[in-house]
Design a protein around this ligand. Structure first.
Ligand SMILES: C[S@@+](CC[C@H](N)C(=O)[O-])C[C@H]1O[C@@H](n2cnc3c(N)ncnc32)[C@H](O)[C@@H]1O
Length: 252
């Protein structure tokens, strides 16, 4: 992190002890000079820096913006938004990821970044009675049992841009859609429902590749259709791999 302070001696040892006591961390970032939160664990030492490099070019000018980071985990993206000049940043996490909010608060304190972190579920966002110019909704959708309820809740508090990321069924790193006049008025009998480009979602009842945290895998066409149906317009798609998508959306 650009804000990473330099600690030495006993102060450094105390910081490392506190950080380790809060582990395991999901995000790996430099919380203080040469001190990394998760250099050896999953999802790999280059995460979330590699995601940031994909997402940063999609962001609007952050000066003066109010930002929300849904499912913020250890807080990396919220903290980056603040470093880049956002006026206000709120990171929320439901606490399914152990100690996420405590980690994020600790990191904000060490980095001296004024970011608010709250244990809060995406489903309750409307109760915040707030509006955000930018919402990050990344890495959360497929973990939810009620993904459309969540996307509607995000839309209710987003007055500007949403950056959406999810894993998907395998794709060719592009979005090829059937005409919406076909997919929005479909018949049981015409075979269209079985077309590979028809929006569809696979329900994962137990595990996928040993991972028990995913409930749904959409194809990219379903991602596009759900975003549209929740009153967002997708303005840019990025395909980091053939099993995920990042979408820049604006509220309409
Ligand atoms: C895979 S992590 C993604 C973290 C981060 N957004 C990223 O892209 O690196 C998913 C996060 O979503 C959080 N989460 C799961 N269900 C949630 C809910 N209902 N409301 C808010 N956060 C939730 C989990 O606790 C976890 O921290």
């Amino acid at each position: 992190m650009e804000s990473a302070p330099c600690f030495r001696g006993a102060e450094l040892q105390a910081l490392i002890a506190q950080m380790n006591a809060l582990g395991p961390w999901f995000h790996n970032f430099e919380i203080a000079e040469n001190v990394w939160t998760n250099p050896n664990g999953e999802p790999g030492p280059d995460y979330p820096e590699r995601r940031w490099l994909e997402v940063e070019p999609l962001l609007p000018d952050l000066q003066g913006l109010k930002c929300l980071d849904v499912g913020c985990s250890s807080g990396f993206f919220s903290l980056k938004l603040k470093e880049r000049g956002a006026q206000k940043v709120l990171g929320i996490d439901s606490g399914e990821q152990i100690r996420a909010i405590r980690q994020a608060k600790f990191a904000a304190e060490v980095l001296k970044l004024d970011v608010e972190f709250r244990e809060y579920s995406v489903y309750n966002l409307a109760q915040l009675a707030a509006q955000f110019d930018l919402v990050l909704f990344m890495g959360v959708f497929y973990h939810l049992r009620h993904p459309l309820v969540a996307l509607e809740a995000v839309r209710a508090v987003c007055s500007g841009t949403m950056i959406f990321q999810t894993v998907t069924l395998e794709h060719q790193k592009q979005l090829i859609e059937l005409k919406t006049e076909l997919t929005q008025d479909v018949s049981f009998g015409d075979g269209l429902l079985r077309h590979p480009q028809f929006p569809s979602i696979s329900f994962i009842e137990e595990k996928i590749d040993g991972d028990a945290s995913c409930w749904f895998l959409p194809n990219v066409q379903a991602v596009s259709a759900m975003i549209r149906s929740c009153k967002f317009e997708a303005v840019k798609y990025i395909f980091p791999t053939n099993r995920e998508v990042i979408v820049k959306c604006v509220a309409v």
